[in-house]
Design a protein around this ligand. Structure first.
Ligand code: MG
Length: 258
């Protein structure tokens, strides 16, 4: 396993990629409403990313046919944009990436479509919270799986299932680099974190079982029990001296908690 340490110039490029990724998701989020199709959301993201001189990282990655993943309700990740029309009460996870100057950003948010049930809003909120629990350990000198355990404790503490079949990852010149960043403990401590590492940390949390299955489209993962699922992801940079990490995929007006 080789984990890359980014130089100053590379970090600058990743900041640009991260900002474009964040703003693309923000534009999509502003358009989420009953009546819009997931394909329309895909076009909004792709147009924004290209207007910034970047390229949608997901398009063609392993053969994925769109610029973003749109995962509705019991869909966990990798939903393919289509003519599906969103309706009041749905929740939708948007996962997007942008590449500029040879470096990638990767982020995800789950949005409410109109009015949603309180239990679904709670799922969205806890999934976001679990990310922040995790990154409080994303500091130089810590072992990687401290992040994993903190995410797991936060989500399971609410009775939710933490998806195991998909994990976070290193990111940089490639969308998916070493190391894997699981959202659960697996009896390893992982690598020791160092300043200049860049990680995509991305809890996927289900109201019910953590178990998932793949739909016949060979992309979309859904919860095995049909319970709703949420996703929250940011690309983060490990900083020197034990400081809290820098979140590279947060819009300016989102603060640390957007
Ligand atoms: Mg990712």
């Amino acid at each position: 396993m080789s984990v890359t340490i980014k130089s100053g110039d590379e970090i600058e490029a990743m900041r640009k990629a991260g900002r474009i990724t964040a703003d693309a998701i923000k534009a999509v989020g502003a358009a989420v409403r009953p009546g819009i199709t997931t394909k329309q959301l895909d076009i909004i993201a792709e147009d924004y990313i290209r207007s910034m001189g970047a390229v949608p990282s997901f398009k063609g990655l392993y053969g994925f046919p769109a610029s973003i993943c749109t995962s509705v309700n019991e869909q966990v990740v990798h939903g393919i944009p289509s003519d599906r029309v969103l309706k009041e009460g749905d929740i939708i996870s948007i996962d997007a990436g942008a590449c500029i100057e040879g470096f990638h950003g990767d982020a995800a948010r789950t949005f409410a479509v109109g009015e949603i049930l309180p239990e679904h809003q709670k799922l969205i909120d806890v999934t976001e919270k679990s990310f922040f629990c995790g990154i409080s350990f994303a500091k130089a000198g810590n072992f990687l799986y401290k992040i994993s355990g903190a995410i797991q404790d936060c989500a399971e503490g609410e009775g939710y299932g933490v998806v195991r079949d998909c994990v976070g990852h290193g990111i940089g010149k490639a969308m998916h680099e070493d190391p894997d960043v699981p959202n659960y403990r697996n009896n390893k401590r992982g690598i020791k974190l160092r300043a200049g590492m860049t990680l995509a940390i991305e809890p996927m949390v289900n109201i019910g079982t953590h178990k998932v299955r793949l739909l016949s489209d060979r992309w979309t993962l859904v919860t095995r029990d049909g319970s709703y699922s949420a996703h929250y992801e940011n690309t983060v940079l490990i900083l020197p001296d034990g400081r809290e990490p820098e979140i590279l995929t947060m819009s300016k007006d989102q603060g640390q908690k957007g």
